[in-house]
Write a new protein. Structure first.
Length: 79
């Protein structure tokens, strides 16, 4: 299984996004929209994760947000 790595800009940082298959062409725009929405309207836990975000892994219709601290890692639905 081949993994593809794409970088997105989020909070003035280049964040690697790892994925094996992309089923929809707009997955990355959905991801960016969801991240920006959660940055401004999310709970404290999601904001803490986004502040220390180091990478994202797309699995199906979810984005696994990996942070510097393992306890802050979260899953975010894209749809």
């Amino acid at each position: 299984m081949l993994k593809k790595t794409v970088y997105i800009e989020f909070q003035d940082r280049q964040i690697p996004v790892f994925c094996t298959t992309i089923s929809h062409k707009n997955t990355f725009s959905l991801l960016k929209d969801a991240l920006n929405r959660k940055l401004f309207s999310g709970k404290r836990a999601i904001k803490k994760c986004l502040d220390t975000l180091i990478s994202i892994e797309i699995v199906g219709s979810e984005a696994i947000l990996h942070s510097k601290w393992e306890n802050d890692t979260l899953a975010l639905s894209l749809y």
